[in-house]
Design a protein around this ligand. Structure first.
Ligand SMILES: Cc1cc2nc3c(=O)[nH]c(=O)nc-3n(C[C@H](O)[C@H](O)[C@H](O)COP(=O)(O)OP(=O)(O)OC[C@H]3O[C@@H](n4cnc5c(N)ncnc54)[C@H](O)[C@@H]3O)c2cc1C
Length: 236
């Protein structure tokens, strides 16, 4: 566990119009262990203000760096990050949370991600890859716009190399969109169609509150027991 440790902003990568990846490196090189799915508190501090917000780790543990996938929504902390420069120092406390990946539970997984809710799943999938664990995992990933799909190439690579099954769906396709894939919200019918053995899986849901509630209800209406569902929500 680390508390208010100094981290240097090492890398900024704009991934989509809304989402940017921020990588912070421990100033003193400390490596932090965590369970994929957990989050950190990132704190901006100057002489006038102090703002702390939660962000899920997107990288694999253990690490002396944290990667966060952050929707830049012009809020208090995200405005600071929009103006951030390499070398800036933030304070970090981690790890926190109960949304933990039970990689050794000997079961199959269903991951349901909405928007930046893909971050903890990337941590889980990257971790499984780093320890050479083959997962039986289906990912259903919903974004508003086709240009908001985060790390599409990496996910494609996991499909080809690691047997990950994915359904990516765009809920607000634009006119003349180049996207020719699935459209519409993830729902009970889509789950039944693409993941017919969903009842044999542990389901993890992460995304905005409306997404998480709708999918938890959908799974329960399909007969999934509440104890097989883990959920984390944030955003609008
Ligand atoms: C456990 C946990 C993990 C989280 N992980 C991530 C993560 O990996 N990536 C990430 O981007 N965020 C994540 N968040 C959300 C994050 O903590 C902040 O709430 C978010 O970045 C906004 O902070 P802010 O200070 O910029 O906005 P604030 O000044 O606090 O204002 C936020 C306002 O914007 C609204 N809002 C929040 N999200 C959105 C959105 N996406 N679009 C439009 N309006 C919005 C809120 O309802 C609120 O009114 C996580 C939250 C929790 C609790």
């Amino acid at each position: 566990m680390i508390l208010n440790k100094s981290y240097v902003l090492e890398k900024i990568t704009r991934l989509t119009p809304l989402v940017t990846s921020f990588v912070f490196r421990a100033k003193d090189g400390t490596s932090v262990d965590f369970v994929p799915g957990m989050f950190a508190m990132l704190q901006y501090k100057d002489e006038k203000e102090s703002i702390a917000r939660a962000f899920s780790m997107a990288n694999s543990p253990p690490a002396d760096r944290f990667e966060f996938l952050i929707a830049l929504i012009h809020g208090r902390l995200t405005s600071k990050l929009e103006a951030a420069k390499l070398g800036d120092v933030y304070l970090l406390s981690a790890p926190y949370g109960q949304f933990k990946f039970e990689i050794n539970s000997g079961t199959k997984f269903l991951f349901l991600a909405g928007g930046t809710g893909i971050a903890p799943f990337l941590s889980m999938l990257r971790y499984a890859k780093s320890v050479g664990k083959k997962l039986d995992c289906s990912l259903m990933y919903s974004v508003k716009y086709s240009d908001e799909i985060i790390y599409a190439d990496e996910l494609k690579g996991m499909e080809l190399e690691d047997g990950l099954r994915t359904t990516v769906t765009v809920t607000r396709p634009r006119e003349n969109d180049i996207w020719k894939g699935e459209t519409g919200h993830v729902n009970a019918d889509m789950i039944k169609r693409d993941v017919p053995d969903f009842k044999e899986r542990i389901s993890y849901i992460c995304g905005p509150p409306a997404f998480v509630r709708a999918l938890k209800d959908a799974l329960i209406s399909l007969g999934v027991e509440e104890k097989s569902i883990k959920a984390e929500m944030w955003g609008e």
